[in-house]
Design a protein around this ligand. Structure first.
Ligand code: F6P
Length: 363
């Protein structure tokens, strides 16, 4: 099969994260060594739609292992099956998959390596339907891709968020405050849960467990009564009050996935201050969580994922995405993971362990 693949394309879709370059490096070096040509597509699916790409050489991918971001550029607003175009003053979604297939044929691409999260894998499934040979690699700081226990980028984001929570601890303690730290993660609480545990947060709020503000307030006042004098709350951006809704920061009409969450830290902080009379502050870590150099664990994972993606290419394992389950790297069909979100199960060991050390989930 390997002798059939002459030229492959590689793209990084969705939001960026640490470890993307490590995958690009692994796939490119393995493919070049295996006698394939490699083409880097600019800005995720947008580059496929607009026909923007360049050849990648050993030199291009040398010394990028430790670099955050992606040398190819990324875009989290373009999906060829639902591509937003401006018509008569409004956004309309158009299916431009035929154009993408044409561009791939013109570029002589025999297969694509698509690195991304759930939205990107849905886009990949749409391209597979049009007959393209695709191999997927799971990326996202949110760790919410269905079918894999871990995505690269998550560990680095947990590391960054934990460092921030550690720093917030000292000022919270000095000023006897409640500090509500808002973490990314969209509709899944993995980032808030893991950084909350690692940073010793007193309260962790995640989308999977709607919170009762009275219970959060109780946790803060209880700590004060016991002489602790401060409380750290780690809130996932998708956390919502019991009977309430997730807080939306903005809506992008030109995106197939238009909702951006944000604002829960301020909401919780303001209410807690009113309810408890304790001084409270909201901190939003935001895109800091997506930046910086990948952790060693992410560098290893990304390199292994990249290598496995190459092996799928070499052996004709098209239409599959690399996954890690129970410590083993494998692959599953891309359509199986499309349009699904892996949330934190309520009986997850992390939740049980956090509860055992008296962390409140506001329930
Ligand atoms: O999916 C990654 C992520 O960072 C989410 O955690 C966050 O909700 C979203 O992307 C932010 O998107 P944007 O970069 O468009 O603000």
């Amino acid at each position: 099969m390997s002798n059939k693949l002459k030229r492959i394309g590689i793209l990084t879709g969705g939001g960026d994260c640490p470890g993307l370059n490590a995958v690009i490096r692994a796939v490119t070096k393995a493919a070049l060594s295996g006698g394939m040509e490699v083409v880097g597509i600019a800005d995720g699916y947008l580059g496929l739609i607009e026909n923007r790409y360049r050849p990648l050489t050993f030199d291009d991918v040398s010394s990028i292992l430790t670099q955050g971001g992606t040398i190819l550029g990324a875009c989290n607003k373009s999906n060829p099956a639902r591509y937003a175009v401006r018509e008569d003053g409004r956004w309309v979604m158009r299916d431009v998959r035929d154009r993408v297939v044409r561009h791939c044929e013109q570029a002589g691409l025999d297969a694509l390596v698509i690195i991304g999260g759930d939205g990107t894998m849905s886009g990949a499934a749409d391209l597979i339907e049009r007959g393209l040979n695709v191999v997927g690699v799971p990326k996202t700081i949110d760790n919410d891709l269905w079918g894999t226990d871990i995505t690269f980028g998550h560990d680095s984001a947990v590391n960054t968020a934990t460092d921030a929570i550690d720093k917030v601890h000292t000022t919270a303690s000095s000023h006897h405050r409640v500090m509500v730290v808002e973490l990314m993660g969209r509709y899944a609480g993995w980032l808030a849960l893991h950084a909350g545990i690692a940073g010793g947060a007193d309260v962790i709020l995640i989308p999977e467990i709607p919170f009762d503000l009275e219970k959060v307030a109780e946790a803060c006042t209880r700590r004060n009564k016991h002489g602790r004098g401060f409380t750290i709350v780690a809130a996932g951006e998708g956390a919502k009050p019991l009977g309430g809704e997730q807080i939306v920061d903005r809506v992008y009409e030109d995106s197939p996935d238009p909702i951006r969450l944000g604002g829960v830290a301020k909401f919780v902080s303001d209410r807690i201050e009113q309810m408890t009379r304790l001084d409270s502050r909201a901190i939003v870590l935001g895109h800091v969580q997506r930046g910086g150099t990948p952790t060693p664990r992410d560098r290893v994972l990304a390199t292994q994922f990249g290598y496995h993606a190459y092996e799928l290419l070499r052996t004709g394992g098209f239409g599959r995405v690399v996954v890690e389950t129970e410590g083993r790297i494998d692959s599953i069909p891309i359509p199986d993971v499309a349009d699904k979100v892996r949330t934190v199960p309520p009986d997850h060991i992390g939740i049980q362990a956090a509860r055992a050390v008296k962390t409140s989930f506001g329930d």
